[in-house]
Design a protein around this ligand. Structure first.
Ligand code: NOJ
Length: 579
């Protein structure tokens, strides 16, 4: 049993909870690091790499599921919520991981999958044993429709048009599954289900975890009448539509349970509704989710106007509720953002050579955006290396949702097996991403100009600048193709400029607007390092993003990581080193 706590205090200065100022790193355990040689990552593998994450400056890790599972949905089909699948290790390994992470000042968030179990879970086996079984009502059963078909028109995720229902010949009823048939939905209307899932939370919080990422949390309440989805959205997986009032009371119960623990534990909800306004309601009145994923920005095109709209929509939906946003560009369910932006460029007619030239530049600019927006950024393992998706040949495809490419193993070094101790003749469960011989962790760690170092410098800057962690944010008028915003906190003022175009853009007139009138703003971080430490030239290079520190009228020092100069102090416009 782990009793360790992170070495940093639960709350940050100014009584901000830690998760507002944190950068969270998503680990997909199968693909992160292996200790055993079976080509599948595991908990000891993660443990051995925690120091590398601390070096980057990560504040918390979110571990995708590592529980016993038949792996139909690679762990999101849980057959025992309170153990570790032997593929990944043991509970002792987990405890050791939490202790090591805490010793390094890294918090641990785990995935909690409350909407469905695996069909191999003993609860479901009992439910299937007959209509009178003790746990029959733990799942959602309905009689057939009059024509003998599924009870309603809901469709499941993954396979276009597949019904969200499977017929159980034994009982003559259908059971609901918003995902695979092997992932039956739990019935949260049954009080014992709520109680059992709360017990799961207690099991892990008692072991010392700092938070949970709650899988499709907006789905734990369903309209008891199970009405058909309206014709205009029929065919869209119901998991992307389910939005009913009863869920909010259940979130308040979860929140009460979690807030009773010391140390600002956090619930990050996956609310997969493609509207920021709808997502915001899941924060309640500060009494439901602490944080929620917000998918419209993840799906936004790499265009200044699209991102401007995302910022406006998020601000107008979240601010009135004092809800704290999250920002996510990539995760284990979607093509990596560098791959998506490359694809978007191809669709808009960009030729191959130009795409090749701009690809990494766009990923670098996206890193600056992610790390400087007001809210909690989530980094998906490997994006800090600028990875693109693996090309997975048909015979190696394994995921029912077609998501293998983004789940490729992390290349740790340039050797043939990229730091994975694969047994003789074996291979990793998925192929490595392209360019792994050169684009890998150890090569980039040794190269100060790498994407990895850019992420590290941005993380260091966030830590040094309260304004970038929890300051205000103001959208600024900017030339076509440029997104501009200011961040401020007390005397600290910053301007971020992101050039989404392939051309040089002049932004001379921004200075007065953001109050950079005393002295020209200084380039603290540039996505391509150009001009760092110098007054901003007023020109953005193609695909360049810059973080500008307000010019000082009183001799503020640089906070630039590694600059060696003293941090500015109160009264100047520079940032304060606060930890
Ligand atoms: C969302 C998870 O992110 C995804 O990987 C999973 O397939 C579904 N929920 C079902 O659990």
């Amino acid at each position: 049993m782990v009793s360790s706590q992170p070495s940093r205090s639960g709350s940050q200065p100014g009584s901000q909870p830690w998760w507002r100022g944190a950068t969270v790193y998503q680990i997909y355990p199968r693909s992160f690091a292996d200790s055993g040689g079976d080509g599948i990552g595991d908990l000891p593998g993660i443990r051995a790499r925690l120091a590398d994450l601390a070096w980057i400056g990560i504040d918390a890790v979110w571990l995708s599921p590592f529980y016993p599972s038949p792996m139909v949905d690679f762990g999101y089909d849980v057959s025992d919520y309170c153990d570790v699948d032997p593929l990944f290790g043991t509970l002792d390994d987990f405890d050791g991981l939490v202790a090591d992470a805490h010793a390094l000042g890294i918090r641990v968030i785990i995935d909690w999958v409350p909407n469905h179990t695996s069909d191999a879970h003993p609860w479901f086996a009992d439910a299937c044993s007959g209509p009178d079984s003790a746990r029959r009502n733990w799942y959602v059963w309905r009689d057939p429709a009059p024509d003998g078909g599924p009870p309603n028109n809901w469709t499941a995720a993954f396979e276009a048009g597949a019904p969200a229902w499977t017929f159980d010949a034994g009982s003559g009823q259908w059971y609901l599954h918003l995902f695979e048939a092997a992932q039956p939905d739990l019935n949260w209307d049954e009080p014992d289900v709520e109680k059992a899932m709360h017990d799961v939370l207690r099991f892990w919080f008692d072991r010392g975890v700092d938070g949970i990422r709650a899988d499709v949390i907006h789905c734990i309440g369903k309209d008891p009448a199970l009405p058909d989805d309206p014709p205009e959205v029929a065919g869209i997986p119901h998991s992307a539509l389910n939005d009913v009032a009863v869920t909010h009371g259940r979130l308040r119960h979860i929140r009460d349970l979690v807030d009773a623990y010391p140390g600002d534990r956090v619930v990050v909800g996956e609310v997969y509704l493609l509207s920021s306004a709808a997502v915001a309601t899941y924060y309640g009145n500060g009494d439901e989710l602490h944080l929620s994923f917000n998918f419209p920005p993840l799906y936004a095109r790499w265009e200044a106007s699209a991102w401007r709209r995302c910022l406006e929509d998020t601000t107008s939906a979240f601010d009135p509720r004092h809800a704290w946003p999250t920002w996510v560009l990539s995760n284990h369910d979607n093509p990596r953002h560098r791959s998506r932006y490359d694809l978007g460029a191809a669709w808009s007619g960009e030729d191959e050579a130009t795409r090749g030239r701009r690809s990494e530049a766009r990923a670098r600019a996206a890193a600056v955006l992610l790390m400087t927006l007001r809210g909690t950024p989530f980094v998906f393992q490997g994006e800090e290396l600028g990875l693109i998706d693996a090309v997975v040949p048909p015979e190696r495809r394994v995921d029912p949702g077609g998501r293998d490419g983004c789940r490729a193993p992390i290349p740790w070094d340039g050797s043939t097996s990229h730091g994975w101790p694969v047994d003789d003749g074996g291979s990793t469960w998925l192929p490595f991403p392209p360019e792994s011989a050169s684009r890998n962790y150890s090569a980039q760690r040794g190269d100060p100009g790498s994407v990895l170092h850019l992420y590290r410098r941005l993380l260091q800057l966030r830590k040094a600048a309260p304004a970038l962690r929890w300051g205000s944010q103001e959208l600024l008028v900017a030339p076509e193709g440029v997104l501009a915003y200011g961040r401020a906190d007390g005397d600290g003022r910053w301007t971020v400029l992101v050039n989404f175009t392939d051309g040089v853009v002049g932004v001379d007139d921004l200075g007065a607007e953001v109050g950079h009138d005393a002295a020209p703003p200084v380039v603290e971080v540039a996505s391509d390092r150009t001009g760092e430490g110098s007054p901003f030239s007023g020109r953005l290079l193609p695909d360049q993003a810059v973080v500008l520190r307000a010019g000082s009228s009183g001799g503020a020092g640089s906070t630039r990581p590694g600059s060696g100069r003293a941090a500015s102090s109160a009264g100047s416009s520079g940032a304060l080193l606060s930890n």
